[in-house]
Design a protein around this ligand. Structure first.
Ligand code: ATP
Ligand code: MG
Length: 442
């Protein structure tokens, strides 16, 4: 029964044939969506590099232990969202649910604390979490992940936030997002807050969801991060972690805010902001929007001064953030942004096989070598059908080569917008090329 059920959900009936569909929560990024993705990636590469970050490429599979140790075994991710499997050798492996742990692992494994000039790294790629799929929440999603290792100073925290803000500005989403900041304190002062919070939660336990009732015992700070409306209402009245920060955490935050001020980065202090993972200390932040429903965080991150100790027993501090690309793209689309790929400039239509096709091939080759995009009609089509096809692709020019043109030694070049047709001498391609470029300049 069970396996039959699985067979049914993975299939769609299309035109009477059984077709295998993509796995739930795993999405294709279609050709018309890719330009937007490329824009996000290239803007990120450009901006991050100006701040001294270098790209690193990491595997998507790691030892399960890496995530259990870094994220904490009581985190939602490790508890229920991870894609974990035993490989044939008996090792427990997991698809990475996030990149920070992998980045820290790579940093330590390759002694980048000694070998990398800035300790600033970024990566881009898919992450995997078995969550309930909805708009802006997938099981395979993509992050731009940025991490800076080796420095525990508000100066670096400020620079990271300035860079995130810079990225948001360049992406044109500055007006649609809010940078929320908070401090989670340190090993000295966080326990005080934890105590105060637990005491508060005990009084309102009945109003919490079953998950939060459990979290109260395992990791009470997570209750502040619950997405359920009921819990959100309850925690709005919770004590503020800002009240229990120790002097040094308070001063640290003050310096950060001063530097954000001189950098003209607007931010909101949100004392309820916590992160879902165990490893954060002091500065935490999110870039949120009101335009994506419940999935309001476009980017999120924070400082983690004990993560590398947890993973590799080295006392190296770090700070970083991850941008969710699907959510960024949704926001851009919602704001009416478009990124398009330019269609080929010329559609070559040989009206006949043999000589016409050979000339068409020579013309296409000449122009492509000159950097001009060309699409060749490979099917036998009438002139009318060729023009229709060129129109559909969006080519502004069509080169027609028929009996007539061959006899005269010309190419019939049609401007699809003005519908003007010109006989251009066939000289191997140079004349067509200069005509197209000339028009292009106007
Ligand atoms: P959320 O609170 O929305 O579940 P999170 O706190 O679990 O997010 P992080 O682990 O901090 O998210 O990941 C950073 C960013 O990655 C998020 O701000 C979001 O943009 C994106 N992200 C996280 N989970 C998903 C997902 N399942 N699908 C799409 N994007 C995601
Ligand atoms: Mg989450």
């Amino acid at each position: 029964m069970g396996s039959q059920h699985h067979l049914v959900v993975s299939q769609k009936v299309q035109k009477g044939r059984i077709m295998i569909a993509a796995v739930k929560g795993f999405k294709d990024v279609l050709p018309h969506e890719v330009p937007m993705w490329l824009m996000c990636e290239s803007k990120a590469r450009d901006i991050f590099s100006r701040y001294g970050y270098q790209e690193i490429r990491l595997p998507i599979v790691e030892h399960t232990e890496l995530f259990v140790r870094s994220l904490g075994d009581a985190s939602d991710i490790v508890e229920k969202e991870m894609y974990t499997f035993l490989d044939k050798g008996g090792d427990s492996l997991s698809l990475r649910p996030e990149a920070t742990a992998s980045m820290a692992r790579a940093y330590l494994e390759h002694a980048l604390d000694l070998n990398h000039p800035t300790g600033k790294l970024f990566t881009f790629g898919p992450m995997f979490r078995r969550e309930r799929p909805q708009a802006g929440r997938l099981r395979q999603f993509h992050q731009l992940d940025v991490e800076a290792f080796g420095v525990a100073s508000p100066s670096l925290d400020a620079e990271v936030l300035v860079m995130l803000h810079h990225f948001a500005r360049e992406m044109g989403i500055e007006g649609a997002v809010t940078l929320e900041v908070n401090s989670l304190g340190c090993a000295q002062c966080r326990p005080l807050f934890r105590e105060a919070l637990v005491e508060f939660l005990r009084g309102v336990e009945d109003d919490l969801c079953p998950d939060c009732k459990r979290r109260m015992k395992t990791n009470p700070l997570r209750v502040l991060d619950c997405k359920k409306e009921g819990c959100k209402k309850v925690v709005a009245k919770a004590p503020s972690i800002q009240e229990t920060l120790c002097d040094s955490c308070g001063e640290y935050q003050e310096s950060l805010f001063e530097l954000l001020g001189v950098s003209e980065v607007p931010y909101t202090l949100n004392p309820l902001l916590v992160r879902g993972l165990d490893y954060y200390t002091r500065t935490v932040f999110e870039l949120t929007t009101t335009r994506l429903g419940a999935q309001n965080a476009v980017a999120a991150g924070g400082r983690y001064d004990s993560l590398l100790k947890e993973i590799g027993n080295k006392d190296i501090p770090g700070i970083g953030f991850a941008v969710g690309i699907e959510r960024l793209v949704l926001l851009l689309q919602q704001m009416g942004r478009e990124a398009v790929v330019s269609p080929p400039i010329l559609f070559v239509a040989p009206l006949g096989e043999g000589e016409a096709r050979k000339v068409g091939f020579a013309l296409a080759r000449y122009l492509r070598e000159k950097g001009i995009g060309v699409e060749v009609s490979h099917k036998k089509r009438s002139l009318k059908a060729n023009l229709r096809k060129a129109n559909r692709i969006g080519c502004p020019w069509v080169a027609m080569i028929g009996e007539n043109e061959l006899a005269k030694g010309v190419i019939l070049l049609r401007n699809m917008k003005s519908k003007e047709q010109t006989e251009v001498p066939w000289d191997g391609g140079a004349a067509v090329c200069s005509m197209i470029l000339k028009e292009d300049e106007r």
